[in-house]
Design a binder for this molecule. Structure first.
Ligand code: BTN
Length: 288
C-alpha cells in the first residue's frame, strides 16, 4: 500500500517537463558534483544508514527501486540514489520532476518497529533531518507545510514521500523518499514561480550536494535510533510548522475541513480547531 499512489491529471504535475528543458539553459549554474557511492561513503559517519548504496545515473523512481530491493534482502538503511528520475513520484499521485544532477533524489529503506498508524513519525523525522542538514550546511531557515513539504521563505524546496509495504496489519518495510532542489532555479519555470525554490536560489551560490546528503543521513540515523527507543518527533516538527495559529482549509480525499492549525499529534495528524471549538485530527489531505 502506498500513501500517495492516486493518478491525477497532467495539470497536477509538480513541473511540466517541457518547461523544465527551457529553464535549464537559463538556470543551470554549471557546477556538477558527482554523488557516486564511493564519494558518499567516504567519511560518512553512520552505522547503517547509507552504508549500502544503490546508485543510478538515471532511473524511473528511487522509491520504486527501494521497494523492489526488499525481496532481495536489502539491509536496513539501504540508500537508493539517482542523478535523474524519469518517473519520480510525488504525493497524491503527482510527479516529482527535477533536472539531472542538480538536486538530491533518493530513498531510504527501513524496517522499523512501528504500526502502520505510526509511520508518519518517520515522515516527520525525515523532514527534520532535511531541515537540520540544510540549516547546518547553509544557515537557511527551514519550515514545514503539513504533511511533507520543506519550505524556505514560504516556498517549496523539497518534499518527502513515505511509502510502506504491509502484510495484513503488519508493517513489513518503509521507504522514505526525499527530493530536494539544490542547485537549479525552479522560479524560472513559469508554473513554479513564487511557489518553488532551491537552496542555490535562496543563497545566490551553489551548495555541495554531497555535504548536504551526508549530514542528512547522519541526522536521519540519529533520529531513527531515538525513534526506535520511543522518541516522538511531533513537537519539534510542530515548532517548524508554517501555519500554526492560522486559519486553513484542508482538502480531504472526500470533502474539506477548515480550522485554526494547532499543530500535529504524535502520529502526524494535523490538529485543527474548528469554529465550534472542537478539535479534529486530519490524517490525509492537503492544506489549500
Ligand atoms: C512531494 O512533495 O510530493 C514528495 C516528493 C518526493 C520526491 C522524492 S525524489 C526521490 C524519491 N523517489 C520518488 O519517486 N519520489 C521521492
Amino acid at each position: 500500500m502506498a500513501y500517495s499512489n492516486r493518478s491525477l491529471p497532467e495539470e497536477e504535475l509538480s513541473v511540466n517537463p517541457a518547461m523544465l528543458t527551457g529553464c535549464l539553459s537559463l538556470g543551470y549554474y554549471g557546477f556538477m558534483e558527482e554523488l557516486t557511492p564511493g564519494r558518499i561513503r567516504e567519511g560518512l559517519a553512520t552505522e547503517f544508514v547509507g552504508q549500502k548504496i544503490v546508485y543510478y545515473e538515471s532511473i524511473g523512481s528511487t522509491n520504486e527501486v527501494a521497494r523492489g530491493l526488499v525481496d532481495k534482502g536489502a539491509p536496513e538503511g539501504t540508500l537508493v540514489i539517482a542523478e535523474e528520475q524519469t518517473a519520480g513520484k510525488g504525493r497524491l499521485g503527482r510527479r516529482w520532476i527535477a533536472p539531472a544532477g542538480m538536486g538530491l533524489l533518493f530513498s531510504l529503506l527501513l524496517y522499523p518497529d512501528l504500526t502502520l498508524k505510526q509511520v508518519p513519525r518517520l515522515t516527520m523525522l525525515a523532514s527534520l533531518a532535511v531541515a537540520e542538514a540544510i540549516e547546518s550546511v547553509t544557515g537557511l531557515a527551514v519550515r514545514f507545510k503539513w504533511p511533507n513539504d520543506i519550505l524556505i521563505r514560504g516556498r517549496k524546496a523539497g518534499g518527502v514521500l513515505t511509502e510502506v509495504g504491509v502484510t495484513g496489519e503488519r508493517l513489513d518495510y518503509v521507504v522514505v523518499g526525499i527530493g530536494l532542489n539544490v542547485n537549479w532555479n525552479p522560479s524560472q519555470v513559469p508554473e513554479l514561480a513564487g511557489k518553488a525554490t532551491s537552496l542555490s536560489e535562496e543563497l545566490g551560490r551553489e551548495v555541495s550536494r554531497l555535504e548536504l546528503l551526508q549530514r542528512l543521513l547522519i541526522y536521519m540515523e540519529g533520529g531513527y535510533l531515538r525513534l526506535q527507543e520511543g522518541y516522538l518527533p511531533h513537537k519539534v516538527f510542530t515548532s517548524r510548522l508554517a501555519d500554526v495559529g492560522e486559519k486553513v482549509e484542508v482538502v480531504l480525499p472526500r470533502g474539506k475541513e477548515e480550522g485554526f492549525v494547532e499543530g500535529v499529534d504524535a502520529d502526524g495528524a494535523l490538529l485543527l480547531r474548528r469554529e465550534d471549538g472542537s478539535t479534529v485530527g486530519v490524517t490525509m489531505g492537503e492544506v489549500a
